[in-house]
Design a protein around this ligand. Structure first.
Ligand code: TMP
Length: 203
């Protein structure tokens, strides 16, 4: 299924941790609302039952096997799509999602699962109209998390693992992907994001 079959648009933000996805999503959300669009902002992992189980893994990832971990991300996504994404797209809304299945391909791929197999396991999910893939040096992202937010790195944010995740993101070649250099200022990144989105919405 693709979101092209529905009146709405699905725009997802992807990238390694600390690249500013949430900041950019918030900025885009308010600009689109000001322009009169109906917008729903959401994220994965969700706040639902499976999303909470995923968050429990953050500081003890070894609790589950890689396959069990993948199953949890897929269950969370299925529930998210059924309860929120598909109904919103069907009613013509723009759905902005902070992380989606390219994160599963990159993160669970970097952990050792087969990326093309992960992509196939996601074929129940609407294909995004745009996947804005933010990239920046891993060191920059890690510093944003530790110094900027004062957080400690969880099991998904260790630097050598994130390097592998970045390589997985680099290898993705799907037509919906737009790569955006997130080392630029918040304003400059926002302008690039907006250009891509307006091009999509004007079609
Ligand atoms: P975030 O809420 O800070 O974006 O964190 C979510 C973490 O979960 C992040 O480190 C990436 C990871 N993740 C996966 O490993 N696979 C997935 O499919 C998704 C959506 C997130």
């Amino acid at each position: 299924m693709t979101s092209q079959n529905s009146p709405g648009s699905l725009i997802v933000f992807e990238g390694t941790d600390g690249t500013g996805k949430s900041t950019q999503l918030d900025l885009l959300h308010s600009v689109l609302q000001d322009k009169g669009f109906e917008v729903v902002a959401t994220r994965e992992p969700t706040e639902g039952m499976y999303g909470r189980q995923i968050r429990d893994l953050y500081n003890n990832r070894k609790k589950l096997s890689l396959n069990e971990e993948l199953e949890l991300f897929l269950a969370d996504r299925k529930e998210h799509i059924d309860t929120l994404v598909t109904p919103a797209l069907a009613s013509g809304k723009i759905v902005l999602c902070d992380r989606y299945y390219l994160s599963t391909v990159a993160y669970q791929g970097a952990a050792g699962l087969d990326p093309s197999d992960i992509l196939k396991r996601n074929n129940f999910a609407p294909v995004p109209d745009l996947a804005l893939l933010l990239y920046a040096p891993i060191q920059t992202g890690v510093e944003r998390i530790t110094k900027g937010r004062g957080d400690t790195l969880n099991d998904f944010e260790k630097e050598d693992y994130l390097q592998k995740v970045a390589r997985q993101f680099e290898q993705l070649t799907l037509p919906c992907i737009r790569r955006i250099n997130a080392s630029a200022s918040i304003d400059a990144v926002h302008r690039t994001v907006l250009n891509h989105v307006l091009q999509l919405l004007e079609k």
